[in-house]
Each structure stands twice: as structure tokens, then as C-alpha cells.
Design a binder for this molecule. Sequence first.
Ligand code: NAP
Length: 525
Amino acid sequence: MAMTATQAPDSVAPFTNEPINDFRDSADAAAMRSALETVKRNFGKSYPLVIDGRKIDTEKKIRSLNPADPEQVIGSVSAASKEQATQAIEAAARAFESWKHLSLPERAAYLFKAAQLLRERRFLYDALLVYEVGKSWVEADGDIAEAIDFLEFYAREALRFARPQPVVPLEGERNELIYIPLGVGAVIPPWNFAGAIMIGMTGAAIVTGNTVVLKPSSDSALIAAWFVDLLHEVGVPAGVVNFIPGSGSEIGDLIVTHPMIRFIAFTGSKEIGLRINELAAKPQPGQKWIKRVIAEMGGKDSIVVAADADLDAAVEGVAVSAFGFQGQKCSACSRAIVDEKVYDEFVDRLRKRVGKIAVGDPADPANYMGPVVNEGAMRSIEGYIKKGRSEGRLIAGGKRVGDRGYFLEPTVIADVAPDATIAQEEIFGPVLAVIKAKDFDDAMKIANNTEFGLTGSVYTSDEKKIDEAREDFFVGNLYFNRKSTGAMVGVHPFGGFNMSGTDSKAGGHDYLLLFMQAKTISRKV
Ligand code: NAP
């Protein structure tokens, strides 16, 4: 199969982050309203599987419901059977034989084009996220801006890897090191950054010369269907990205264990990440390689508030980190660890701040918090709130809002012991535990007492404490005097330690290496 290369770029401007839309600006707000209307008019549309460029409708569908009003069906995607998942892997293996021969700059050109088209459709994608996963306008816009950033950043990274790589010269030999792709990858994203993570992992996999089967999250399959269409619009050849929605429990193991799968790029929960890692480790008959697993997993992130912190800033940082997108970020603050000298004052100010958070339909920009993603998530979070009431003192929230959508109040439980269940397990919802520490050293000990190690933040005005936390706070992304969420591509390469995953550092200079292998070529001259 011959593939026609798209024009490789001659020169590109240095990477800069995509500007965020300003919804106080009437033009951006009007564009968003219009996009929400457009997306709503098209509710109910169904999207097929895409295998080797062929669109295949199946009887079995996965429906995307609006978590703000679950009776609203946003749309549906066809669900792949095991046979179709196998066909998709085989199609990706065939496409790999040509795609791998394109140069890195040729493949980068596809990502630049995709970024441009996504930019042009930004408000529509924003609107889809509002309906499909319950993001506020600002959160949805941040997600799509990040998706554009990933495409732009990884395209530039591919150009960097295309340049000669440094090796020590040796007389009488010409030596070089080049990066080549791995093969067929399974891309398995979560629903919470339904645009950014799905697009980032897919973009990184294909720009480096791999081909992909993309199994989206069942809670956010529509946005993935849109993106697969967009890739084909910009000319990405058939078979390079195959789209196989399906429940993880039904087709996940088959994909992960298939002998033609060379690597798995996964972002999601610890439980599923560990399962994938275990299954992928066992070689299957006919398998010639050790599968590579990139697994970015959960978090139980802390913000430490020292006695010398600017308390207003700390309260603000904790509130937005804990309750932005309903606490459904791997980087969300779910534990505030506060020096006892300022504890009561902090708790009092936090209670007042949280009381001002508006909860409701995210299609209305007045609401800061929308619904949680689905009924199962709501029930699980309610279970943790119940547990939390027995493990501490409820100072804010605790209840469901309304009875239609999956809305929960922002919930704060104070006086929680460092080893309590709600201080240890990832809740993935709007529930914050506040923990009292004896002093800063005690706070740092508590901060490191979970099995995770994703993000952390420290509010302090003391340089010595900053030095101590730099050294001792065991997290992949450490922040000072700012929120623990909102990592920006290129600026804050992202990924965590311990049970938070393989520390892939998405959006950083190490990331593409995970999708390639280096080949050294030496010639006697
Ligand atoms: P999840 O339940 O683990 O699902 C993630 C993906 O895995 C989905 O596409 C899911 O498909 C699929 N899956 C489920 N079972 C599978 C199996 N047996 N084999 C293969 N794939 C399977 O996680 P989530 O609820 O979507 O996302 C939330 C989690 O992601 C949180 O723990 C959060 O902390 C984490 N996260 C981490 C990062 C990071 O960078 N560290 C970033 C974002 C999110 P179905 O939807 O069909 O089940």
C-alpha cells in the first residue's frame, strides 16, 4: 500500500500555548452560545467504527448521555465486537508497513493540519464537552486548548527527533542514531480530559510512525469519533488510526493481550492501569517483543498550607483545585493539609469560599460546577461522603443537588485523620478532606503518606520550607503558592510517581521517546 506524503513543513515558529477564550468577551461568549445550539441541533447522531478507513455500523451502540440531564441522548457510537477489534489491530498492522516509512517531518505535517482544523472548530468541540461530560465553558475550552497544544508540541518534537542525534565521533567510522517507531499501539484514554488526553496520546503515537487502535472511554466516545473524522479530513491515511469503541470490560483484555499490539498508551484509574500492565507483561504465542506500557493513573493530591502562607491565596488555590470540573481531575486537590496554627482560620475561610460555588447546568456559564460524569460515579462519591461523615466533620456540602442530573454539592470534611479512607483513596469527585498537621515537617510526612504521587502544592512564604518540599515532596508535579491543577503543555510536563503511573511526562521533551526505539547505525569509512 503506497501512502502519499503530505508536505513536510520547512520551518515552524517556536511552540506557544494556545490562548484561552475569554468568555467575558461578548464575541467569544456569542460564539460559544451558537456552538452549543449547533451541537444540540445535532443530538442523536450515530457514529460508526472506522477500520482501515471503512465506516462500519453495528447494531450494538454506546450512548453518550448528558450528565446534566441523562434523558438527553447526545449521540451514540457503534460498539466493536471482539472480531472487529481484531480486524482493527490487523488493519493497523498492515498500515504500519507504509506509515513507518514516512519521515518524521512528513508525519508532523499531519499534526499541524489537525491542530489548525481543531482550532477552527474550537467552540464546537468545547460545546460537545459541555454536553458529553459536563464541563463548564472554561473547563471545556481549557481541554480543547490543551488538545491543540499537544498536536502542535508533538509535531515540533517530531521535527526535533528528525534532526541528527548527537553521538561521539570516531575516526574511521560514520555513526548515527535514529529513532524508529514501535508498531501497532492501543490508545486507551479516560473521559475526564476527553479531548486533550485522547488527542495527545493518539497524536504522539502516530507522529512517531506507529499505527493505532483507539478505544475511547465509553463516557466520551463522541468526541473521539469527531477527532477520528478530523484526522481523515486532513488526510491521515486509512488504517493509521482505527476507531473501536467498546466497553473496556468486553474488548479491553483482547486488545491488550493481542500479540500484534506492540505498546499500550493508557490513562485512567490505578485498577485498570495495573491490570493492563500485568496482562501486557505476559508474552502471547507469536509475539516477538516485550510490550511497552505507558500508564498514567490516579492521584490523591495534597495541598500543604504552612503557618506562614498567604491564607487567602491558599483558600482560593484549594477551592479551585478541589472543585474545578467537580474534582474529576487526576490533579485535583483532595487533601488540604494545614498547620494547626492556622487551621481554624483556614477552615472558616474555606467554608465561606466554598459556599459561593454555583452548581448547575454547565451550559449556563454562571455555574462553576456541573454534574459528575455518570450515575455510577455519583453513587460511588456519595458512598465516600457517607464514609467521610463518619471520619470527620462535614463543614460544607454533602448532598445531591436536584434529582435529574448527577449534581453534587462541593463537599468539605474537616478533622480527617491522615490514614482515613477519604484521606487515602481516590474519590474522583467534589470531596475534599482537611487534615490538621502539627507543623510543617508533620505536614510533609502526611503529604507523602499515600500510594500515589501525582501532583502536590505548598503554600508558604518561607524559602527554607520551599527547599524542604522540593527535596521531600514525592510527586511528579510540584507547585508552590498556586493551585495543583492546570498543567500546561510544554510548561509543566505532566505525570506522576508510584501508583500514579509511569511518569510519562505528557507535554514534555521526554514523551515521544516512549513511542519510539533508537537504532544505532555504524559504517566503516
Ligand atoms: P478507567 O475507568 O480506568 O477507564 C480508562 C479507560 O480504560 C477507558 O477507556 C475504559 O473504557 C478503559 N478500560 C476499562 N477497563 C479496561 C480493561 N479491562 N482493559 C482495557 N481498557 C479498559 O478511568 P476513567 O474513569 O476513564 O478515568 C478516571 C481515572 O483516570 C482517574 O483515576 C484519574 O486519576 C485518571 N487520570 C489520570 C491522569 C494522569 O495523567 N495520571 C489523567 C487523567 C485521568 P470504558 O470507558 O469502556 O470502561
